[in-house]
Design a protein around this ligand. Structure first.
Ligand code: SF4
Length: 189
């Protein structure tokens, strides 16, 4: 079937006072007739409007049986909408799993950092959310070795030199981290 839309090697970055932040690096995708792609904005874009749009998309999915690809940083949207999740860091896939596995037993420190940054209902008043230290590296100045090494609490000497492949840790659960090498069953580049 012919693609309606084809995006190849999309790259984009924006400047901050300190550096250039890469938001997308080398992303390619195609859209066939009957498929839908949704790009969901960060908080502050209007939650009630977002809820209406997500409801609309759910109805569309049920009525047409179409697949929907959502691109978002909002973990609430992911939990509500997704069956399968692909987590990207600095434009690279770092973890891939079904939504239940990802939320219950993520294997990559970046995904784990995202999970700990979600507010929980049982948080104490004044308790601070955990955040991932540092910033996403500049596209022009990627760190040596693995691109997440400057922000990872588990970093080792190996991470400073070598980028890990994706390791398979369970049914369709992939992660790009040397810590999961023992789980390795299959690797890809
Ligand atoms: S490979 Fe190293 S730097 Fe990358 S996530 Fe794993 S421990 Fe952290």
């Amino acid at each position: 079937m012919k693609n309606l839309l084809e995006v190849v090697n999309l790259q984009t970055a924006f400047k901050t006072d300190e550096s250039e932040v890469v938001s997308v690096d080398d992303v390619s995708f195609a859209l066939k007739p009957g498929e839908t792609i949704g790009i969901v904005g960060e908080s502050g874009c209007g939650k009630s409007v977002q809820a209406q749009i997500l409801d609309m998309m759910k109805k569309l999915r049920e009525e047409t049986g179409t697949a929907i690809m959502l691109i978002t940083h909002d973990l609430g949207v992911i939990a509500e909408m997704a069956d399968k999740v692909i987590v990207m860091y600095a434009g690279q896939v770092v973890e891939e799993a079904d939504v239940y596995t990802l939320f219950e037993s993520s294997k990559h420190p970046y995904t784990q950092g995202l999970m700990t940054s979600i507010p929980h209902i049982d948080y104490e008043a004044n308790e601070r959310l955990v955040s991932i230290a540092g910033n996403v590296p500049s596209l022009k100045r990627m760190p040596k070795g693995y691109r997440f090494q400057t922000r990872c609490s588990y970093v080792t000497d190996r991470c400073l030199k070598e980028q890990p492949p994706m390791f398979l840790s369970g049914k369709d659960h992939w992660s790009r981290c040397w810590l999961n090498e023992a789980d390795q069953k299959v690797t890809t580049g």
